[in-house]
Design a protein around this ligand. Structure first.
Ligand code: FE
Ligand code: MN
Length: 331
């Protein structure tokens, strides 16, 4: 029974499992359970209130990233619940989507927690997706690619509709969660490496760990649809997707320059752009599209040092130990 376009799928009959990867991602998600209140914001609040710790550049970068993520998380949640869940009928895929939806609620909650503890103006933060062009353009871009799937009359039947659905999956899993989140991840974690706003930094580490699972699930869904509908993946369609992804990369670079025009201690804005190209290369490869950039990773610490410090954080700062497996995977 295929993962889409199957009227015979009974969404209530999860056993026997047909797509074991969906179940594995579900288990990995559960093993990574966390809530934002486990991370202390004490030092962040002190640093935010102090006039001598953070530079104007650093404050701007923090505000831009809170502004982008605070609304991007609910855009993503809406896409899963209102569009993807409808059309992905395999029960084990739906079980994963329910888990992902919960994680998006945790992420939304993280930004409420950050705004509350730092005393930020919610009207400012939650309107940045309309008032800051480099943020608005990213959101508009994914909304535009995915509009047709939200149509109540939409079905995945037929080649063109299958492509529309794939475009939605590429728009949210590959572009939104896989590219548009990553300049922000790198900026906040670079700040954390300088011992600045480490509470937000740790929350971003937890979010990034969740997002790499979302991305892995999304790529597995895309690759399954490709395998089950080989005609859909024509050269023209691949080129169209590559063009979309390249445009997304340009938007993400513009965002990186806008959020952090002067760069950070030891990091110039070009390096954030290189990082965006580097991670995009991996996304392209993962869904069988031609690599475009050949850029090396300017921040090897993004995948290495973070998971070591995470183990430490778990033992030092967590009140409750939810971690049940060694699912510390980073992308
Ligand atoms: Fe999220
Ligand atoms: Mn996500």
């Amino acid at each position: 029974m295929p993962i889409i376009n199957s009227v015979k799928t009974d969404p209530n009959k999860i056993l026997p499992i047909r797509y074991p990867w969906a179940r594995e991602h579900y288990k990995a998600g559960v093993a990574n359970n966390w809530v934002p209140e486990e991370v202390s914001m004490q030092r962040d609040v002190e640093q935010w209130k102090s006039t001598s710790v953070l530079s104007a550049t650093e404050r701007r970068l923090i505000l831009w990233n809170l502004g982008f993520f605070s609304t991007a998380e609910s855009l993503t949640a809406n896409n899963i619940v209102l569009a993807v869940y409808n059309h992905l009928t395999a029960p084990e895929a739906r079980q994963y989507l329910l888990r992902q939806a919960f994680e998006e609620a945790i992420h939304t909650d993280t930004f409420i927690y950050c705004c509350d503890t730092l005393g930020l103006d919610p009207d400012e933060i939650y309107n940045m997706y309309q008032t800051i062009p480099s943020i608005r353009d990213k959101d508009d871009f994914v909304v535009e690619i995915t509009r047709s799937v939200f149509d109540p009359g939409f079905s995945t039947e037929g080649m063109e509709n299958t492509r529309l659905f794939l475009r939605d999956l590429v728009g949210f899993y590959v572009i939104m969660e896989g590219i548009f989140f990553y300049a922000g991840f790198a900026m906040i974690l670079a700040l954390k490496r300088q011992n600045k706003m480490v509470g937000i930094g740790e929350q971003f580490e937890f979010i990034m760990r969740d997002e790499s699972l979302h991305l892995a699930f999304g790529c597995d869904v895309i690759n399954t649809i490709r395998a089950e509908n080989p005609d859909v993946w024509s050269r023209e369609f691949q080129e169209e997707l590559v063009t979309l992804i390249r445009r997304a990369v340009e938007l993400e670079k513009r965002y990186a320059y806008d959020a952090c025009p002067q760069g950070l201690l030891g990091i110039n804005p070009e390096q954030f752009c290189e990082y965006v190209e580097y991670i995009t290369e991996r996304r392209l490869d993962r869904i069988g599209l031609t690599k475009q950039y050949g850029t090396a990773n300017p921040f090897p610490w993004m995948s290495q040092s973070t998971d070591l410090s995470k183990e430490k954080n778990f033992f030092e700062t967590r009140v409750t130990e939810y971690q049940t497996g060694a699912a510390l995977e980073w992308d």
